[in-house]
Design a protein around this ligand. Structure first.
Ligand code: GUN
Length: 297
């Protein structure tokens, strides 16, 4: 059984980005720059944003931090984004999700300039992804594909079951998997699927992106399955100083007995998402300067 470590791969991706960021600064006399926008006090979002800012510091990407209380108006948030769109020194804009209920998430996503949309959530980038055209790709799906490539797990002709059809993970990931050249046969389950195990059992690869611990159990899969666990769930744990521990969607201990490979939580998909955000910011910066990252040498 292989543990698919996102820690190891993400640190090599970040090293690569760091060396490219140095070359970028030499050539353009400025560093790539990411604007990180956080609205509200959701503890998980605060942690994610802290980790994203930390990663920027590690790789030498500048970050501009914007933190707003949950009562910010739609107009104020839109104004912030429009200023960031117009700021020539800003290469990437990240608005951490979820947003408070009164904010129109779609309008915010669409307000971000597609050229600066390092999350790849803008309809223009989503549309290009579906068509297999060059674009900024959503970080978690991109990180999963990179992890599969790194561990030589070929999806061509394989049955892949994606659990969850979110705009952030399930939908873009299923598009990437079925793309020309990737050629996976993809099934996407959702919360109304009558019997997930009907699909997970015939899958060579199961990717769970539901956000619910215990979604995937050993009796739902076949021997030799590859499990990619996207869930990062906080479960109460009195033995921890924080009062919680992190659990994936998959029942790790029981799945280890039947799987040929599995991502741990933490240390699997999570670090890949952040590494891909760094890579996307560098790509956005290069494209804005009219070059490809490879041109940096
Ligand atoms: N919330 C959960 N995942 C993500 C992500 O990849 N990007 C943003 N902006 N918010 C998220």
């Amino acid at each position: 059984m292989v543990v698919l470590s996102g820690k190891e791969l993400s640190s090599s991706v970040k090293q690569q980005v760091a060396s490219s960021a140095v070359k970028f600064e030499k050539r353009f006399s400025r560093r790539p720059c990411l604007a990180v926008v956080l609205v509200g006090e959701d503890p998980a979002s605060q942690t994610y944003v802290r980790n994203k800012r930390k990663a920027c510091d590690e790789v030498g990407i500048l970050h501009l931090d914007f933190t707003f209380t949950a009562d910010i108006t739609q107009e104020q948030l839109m104004m912030c984004i429009s200023e960031l769109n117009a700021n020539p020194l800003v290469d990437g804009i990240l608005v951490q999700l979820p947003l408070p209920g009164h904010i129109n998430k779609l309008a915010v996503t669409e307000a971000i300039s597609p050229q600066k949309d390092v999350d790849g959530f803008h309809p223009q980038n989503m549309g290009k992804l579906l068509l297999g055209r060059k674009c900024l790709l959503p970080c978690t799906p991109k990180g999963i594909m990179k992890l599969l490539d790194y561990y030589d797990i070929d999806v061509r002709g394989k049955n892949v079951c994606v659990m969850g059809r979110s705009n952030i993970v399930g939908k873009p990931l299923s598009a990437l998997l079925m793309q020309d050249g990737r050629d996976a046969t993809v099934t996407v389950c959702n919360s109304k699927t009558a019997d997930d195990s009907l699909f997970t059992r015939s899958a060579d690869i199961v990717i769970s992106a539901v956000g619910n611990p215990g979604t995937l159990k050993a009796d739902m899969v076949s021997e030799g399955v590859v499990v990619i666990d996207v869930g990062i769930n906080r479960v109460p744990d009195s033995s921890k100083k924080s009062g919680y521990s992190l659990k994936g969607d998959a029942d790790y201990d029981s799945l280890c007995q039947v799987a040929s490979a599995i991502t741990p939580v933490p240390g699997g998909v999570g670090p890949m998402t952040i590494a891909m955000l760094m890579e996307n910011t560098l790509i956005a910066a290069c494209w804005r300067e009219g070059i490809e990252p490879e041109d940096l040498g």
